[in-house]
Design a protein around this ligand. Structure first.
Ligand code: TRP
Length: 369
């Protein structure tokens, strides 16, 4: 099986800030307007999809056909996403796949499985100890619960869920030649064995339902697609249906670089969950803007929304559609100034952060009672 893509290349591409116009080569297609229309029949489309951050799919039509069926004939449907804990708290690049997954779970009425791959970064990095990762996992779980506050949520940690993962992965471990993993994940003979195991654990939940008609809908960012492309390729051989994938291809940028991806490894250019309103204010005030160098220049030439970090945050998180289009228009025409855009972004981020902290504290309290 020759696969026309490599996780290593995709990862590099994204971390270097290249925006891929089309993921078609890798097997994903743009979400089409007729698919959005069909989704809209079932309720409001989530912001991340409406604003085009989540814009890639494969087999979305299969999902739409399944939810159109009367309940008695519907196959079981469940939603799957995950996180490899690598920092104490989540940051603003993280919520989108979870928001998407949460919405999909509401749409389908199906369970939402969030996998915490607390083995992944241990194998992939030389610096993170199992003890660090254990701390991250506890806190990340709380953050994710605060985003996905549904009682359909099921969270698992790989190290604890290993018996189920192992049993589910066995047919795959037999059907997949090691050369496929080598090629897709850029592993050679010197790669640690753990890096060959980890893809099995990430793919296994796609096949966790014993019903062969079951549909797994994966919500993720495009850089995770290689795992699911392999899962799709092996599905038939393990007697299961191919996972449906809906993916975000646009990332929240680092505060100092509008073309990049926000990353915890550069804390100053990253807004973390748990940052105080003052910290958010000071970090965002210094973010790169797409405005003119002087007010006069800005009034004359207008601002560049695509180079403006605050605008990118507002695009992803400002719910009010009329306000959003007004901001874009006003900014482009130089009527609205950088300082106004930043102020609004600070407001939106702080409001969302306050909601997250509140839900997080409530659930911590509830679990202690
Ligand atoms: N590999 C992902 C990360 O690096 C974590 C993850 C595990 C995941 N299972 C998943 C992501 C399923 C999306 C879907 O954070």
């Amino acid at each position: 099986m020759k696969l026309l893509f490599s996780a290593v290349i995709i990862g590099l591409w994204i971390s270097q800030g290249h925006v891929m116009k089309s993921w078609e080569r890798f097997g994903l297609s743009l979400i089409k307007s007729d698919q959005l229309q069909r989704l809209a029949i079932y309720g409001e489309i989530p912001l991340c999809m409406k604003r085009g951050l989540v814009d890639q799919q494969i087999d979305l039509d299969v999902l739409l056909d399944a939810i159109d069926l009367p309940a008695s004939r519907r196959p079981p449907i469940y939603v799957y996403t995950g996180r490899g804990p690598s920092s104490l708290r989540l940051h603003w690049g993280h919520p989108i796949p979870f928001q998407l997954a949460n919405w999909l779970s509401g749409l389908t009425g199906g369970p939402l499985h969030v996998q915490l791959s607390n083995d992944e970064k241990f194998y992939a990095s030389d610096t993170q100890s199992l003890l660090d990762i254990e701390r991250f996992t506890v806190e990340n779980e709380r953050d994710i619960r605060a985003i996905c506050n549904t009682d359909r949520l099921f969270m698992s940690r790989n190290t604890q869920n290993i018996a189920d993962l192992y049993t589910t992965a066995m047919p795959m471990a037999k059907a997949l030649p090691i050369g496929t993993l080598r090629e897709v994940f850029g592993l050679d003979d010197s790669a640690p064995i753990g890096r060959f195991l980890q893809p099995l654990w990430q793919m296994a939940p796609c096949f966790a339902d014993p019903d062969p008609r079951a549909l797994c809908v994966v919500a993720c960012a495009v850089d995770q697609y290689p795992y699911f492309r392999v899962a799709r390729a092996v599905a038939e051989r393990v007697g299961k249906r191919k996972p449906i994938v809906i993916a975000a291809s646009q990332f929240i940028p680092a505060l100092d670089n509008p073309g990049s991806k926000m990353s915890a490894s550069s804390p100053k250019s990253c807004i973390f969950f748990g940052d105080t309103p003052e910290v958010v204010h000071s970090k965002l005030s210094r973010a790169v803007s797409g405005g003119g160098r002087t007010i006069e220049e800005h009034r004359e030439r207008g601002g560049d929304t695509s180079r403006d970090v605050a605008m990118q945050l507002l695009r992803a998180f400002l719910e009010d559609e009329a306000e959003w289009t007004g901001l874009v228009e006003g900014y482009k025409r130089g009527i609205i100034l950088t300082a106004q855009v930043k102020k609004r972004a600070i407001g939106v981020v702080n409001e969302l952060l306050a909601g997250i902290e509140k839900r997080r504290n409530e659930s911590i309290k509830a679990s202690c009672e």
